[in-house]
Design a protein around this ligand. Structure first.
Ligand code: NAD
Length: 335
């Protein structure tokens, strides 16, 4: 099988972790071909725009992209490129696994194995109805939740549970206060859950969820929630298992999917060759699952865990003195 994927090397540490990741994928002989495309600051400098049409065309054609972090310039007139990509391709499901890994400085070196499924296109992030009164004293934000958007994300979570043999879906909401938006989400989620009697479903209010995650994270399997809550909860979960260097994310739509690291372009360490490549590598593993190559995805994850276990060439964020390249080579050597 030959599959062409769009590769966006990105900004800051992006090219360093992407080169390391592609090097590891190449040793797996997966028959992947790479079509490189620019986005972010590097695209602004080269082509005069943050998200060139050629990049969008490439993603549209290949339907799969592996993306390094992008720097969104600070200031008026620049909206987040990541939010723009999600909108353009209707990437409605943001899927972020959080799993305990050995030899991280995490508070939970074992026991956490959960996936946050976050609605990625609605809620508080629609970018509409944001107003600040002329005197600067009052700000207003519109949130939008639809039955269709809620239904497809909750269905995605239950289908993911079935596909991966997971047992429980927790619907996270704030319907007690946000009666219209969160209320519609919860009502829709209940109707979808009724179609999946084989999967346990429980409901939890978002503030309690945060406490429960910190106290007893092992009770969670799959969490499904709206955009803003999911954004915060998935970072909390990344923190439970050792931080951003180990947190991948997938943005899934009907016609395209983009796989990435959760972290940003880390300008403070860019160019130093010490960025941890694991988050993007784990994003690549999610991509292999999506490409119906689950054995290869497991092979990659197993090599990452074995390298962490052996403390072989770990990067400084994990307490080692390895480099991006030496860490990646140690992983590749275990494949
Ligand atoms: P960041 O995630 O880039 O960095 C936060 C901290 O984590 C820094 O100290 C950094 O050195 C460290 N870090 C991040 N990734 C690491 C890795 N792989 N290995 C070792 N250490 C790592 O967050 P930030 O500084 O708030 O954002 C920097 C830029 O990234 C901003 O322009 C922001 O817009 C952008 N950003 C992009 C994405 C994306 O493209 N998906 C996500 C978040 C932020």
């Amino acid at each position: 099988m030959t599959q062409t994927i769009t590769v966006i090397r990105g900004d800051g540490i992006g090219p360093e972790i992407m080169d390391a990741t592609l090097g590891v994928l190449d040793t797996m002989n997966l028959g992947l071909q790479y079509e490189f495309a620019d986005a972010g600051l590097v695209a602004l400098e080269k082509h005069g725009e943050l998200l060139p049409a050629a990049t969008l065309d490439s993603i549209r054609k290949n339907r799969i992209a592996l993306k390094s972090p992008l720097t969104t310039p600070v200031g008026e007139g620049f909206s987040s490129i990541n939010v723009e990509l999600r909108k353009r391709f209707d990437l409605y499901a943001n899927v972020r696994p959080a799993k305990s890994f050995p030899n991280t400085k995490s508070r939970f070196p074992s026991g956490v194995d959960l996936i946050t499924v976050r609605e990625n296109t609605e809620g508080a992030y629609i970018g509409e109805g944001q107003q600040l009164s002329e005197d600067g004293e009052t700000a207003v934000l519109t949130q939008k939740v639809t039955r269709r958007g809620s239904e497809r994300i909750v269905r995605y979570a239950f289908e993911l549970a079935r596909r991966t043999g997971r047992k429980k879906v927790t619907v996270v909401h704030k319907a007690n206060i946000l009666k219209s938006t969160s209320g519609l989400f919860l009502k829709t989620a209940r109707a979808v859950a009724a179609e999946y009697p084989d999967i346990e479903c429980n409901e939890m209010i978002v503030d309690n969820t945060c406490m429960q995650l910190v106290m007893k994270p092992e009770q969670f399997d799959i969490i499904v929630t709206t955009n803003l809550f999911g954004d915060i909860i998935s970072d909390l979960c990344a923190g439970l298992v050792g931080g951003l260097g180990l947190a991948p994310g997938a943005n899934i739509g009907t016609d395209a999917a983009i796989f990435e690291a959760v972290h940003g372009s880390a300008p403070d360490i860019a160019g130093k060759g010490i960025a941890n490549p694991c988050a993007l590598l784990l994003g690549a593993a999610q991509m292999l699952d999506h490409l119906a190559l689950p054995e290869q995805a497991t092979r990659l994850r197993t090599a990452i865990v074995a390298t962490l276990e052996a403390k072989d060439s770990l990067t400084p964020d994990l307490g080692g003195s390895g480099t991006t390249q030496s860490f990646a080579k140690a992983i590749a050597g275990r494949l």
